[in-house]
Design a protein around this ligand. Structure first.
Ligand code: PHE
Length: 348
């Protein structure tokens, strides 16, 4: 073969090889094309072997054509390898993808119990009026629940509050608190006036369960002690929390009553929200629903805790939170509040 034939042969092998490299669809196919066009059995190898047969002066020209063909094929192969590797990496990212998505299950969202919600709303209303929230123990001493509140031993008013006693220490000295009023005593023992606190909490009485009574229920107590506090301040305070909770159309009213720890004492009621005062089954046709008790702190209570009754006056009030929830939502029996039946609770 002449030198020109060999140069033409090298060029045509390079074209063929370039096509094979471009057509290689995988790294394996590319390796195969490289072996065929650049390897030992490549037609280029035959061209190299044939150089010896051409006249020495023309050999360099064939040599140049050969190395140009090799260089071109090597460059194309390297470019194609980069492409194929990138494609393989992208494919494995898709194939090996792990689905870490959690979900597909529809959890029903819970919410606060209606009593907890109203409890917190009441705290907010009183905090807004400048009160602080106080707490006391549910298992209480006779001193705090009765004695310091001016219920002397054997006083008939103790019977008003059927007490559950706990067998600890002296007989009938440790009990489950029957009201939140013992927190008044604890606060006044711990701090000097001016005092503005509310004390919400659980209370216990030996009551039989009926539509409006439960042996365990919740009250919120209010206590204000300062110089110059009057009955007018008490009435205004109760009226403003009733307005805050039920709106301006609802009115509060006060009837004389008796509690050993307040003098004078009253019961307070608000317009029945169901009939707006015209009389219905909920309010026993009176147009009013009773909320709780209140009064001016009895001087004997001040003396029991060491507050000077000549300098300070104060008022206290207490009412049932559960009762309020029943009124707000029209719950006809307290047991619904404590049965824990989600079909009922879901409605709030
Ligand atoms: N502690 C009283 C009760 O449970 C309510 C009350 C509180 C009355 C504060 C007067 C002052 O019945």
């Amino acid at each position: 073969m002449s030198a020109a034939d060999l140069v033409a042969r090298a060029e045509s092998v390079a074209r063929e090889g370039a096509e094979a490299i471009a057509a290689a669809g995988s790294l394996d196919a590319l390796a195969d094309a490289e072996r065929r066009y650049l390897g030992r059995s490549s037609p280029l190898h035959e061209v190299r072997e044939a150089i010896k047969t051409v006249e020495p002066a023309a050999r360099a020209e064939v040599g140049r054509a050969l190395s140009a063909a090799r260089a071109r094929l090597e460059e194309l192969a390297a470019g194609r390898r980069t492409e194929l590797e990138a494609r393989a990496r992208a494919a494995s990212l898709v194939a090996e993808r792990l689905d870490l998505t959690v979900g597909g299950r529809d959890y029903r969202r819970g919410h606060l119990h209606p009593v907890t919600r109203i409890w917190r709303e009441l705290e907010d209303v009183f905090v807004g009026l400048g009160y602080r929230v106080a707490e006391g123990p549910e298992v209480e001493l006779d001193w705090y629940n009765f004695e310091a509140l001016n219920f002397p031993p054997g006083h008939p008013a103790r019977a008003m509050q059927d007490t559950l006693y706990v067998r600890l220490g002296e007989p009938e000295q440790v009990l489950l608190r029957t009201h939140t009023s013992p927190v008044q005593v604890r606060v006044m023992e711990a701090q000097r006036p001016p005092i503005y606190v509310v004390a919400p909490g659980r209370v216990f009485r030996r009551d039989t369960l009926d539509a409006r009574h439960s042996p365990v229920f919740h009250q919120i107590e209010g206590l204000a002690v300062d110089e110059g506090i009057t009955l007018g301040d008490l009435l205004g305070t109760i009226e403003s929390f009733v307005h805050a909770l039920f709106g301006r159309d609802v009115r509060a009213r006060f009837l004389p009553s008796f509690f050993p720890f307040t003098e004078p004492s009253c019961e307070f009621a608000m317009t029945c929200v169901f009939c707006e005062g015209s009389g219905c089954a909920v309010c026993s046709r009176t147009g009013w629903v009773e909320l709780g008790g209140a009064g001016m702190v009895d001087p004997n209570v001040f003396e029991a805790v060491g507050v000077d009754p000549e300098r300070y006056t104060g008022f206290a009030f207490g009412f049932g939170i559960d009762r309020l929830v029943q009124l707000l939502y029209g719950v006809d029996h307290v047991k619904h509040l404590w049965d824990g039946d989600v079909r009922f609770l879901r409605q709030f």
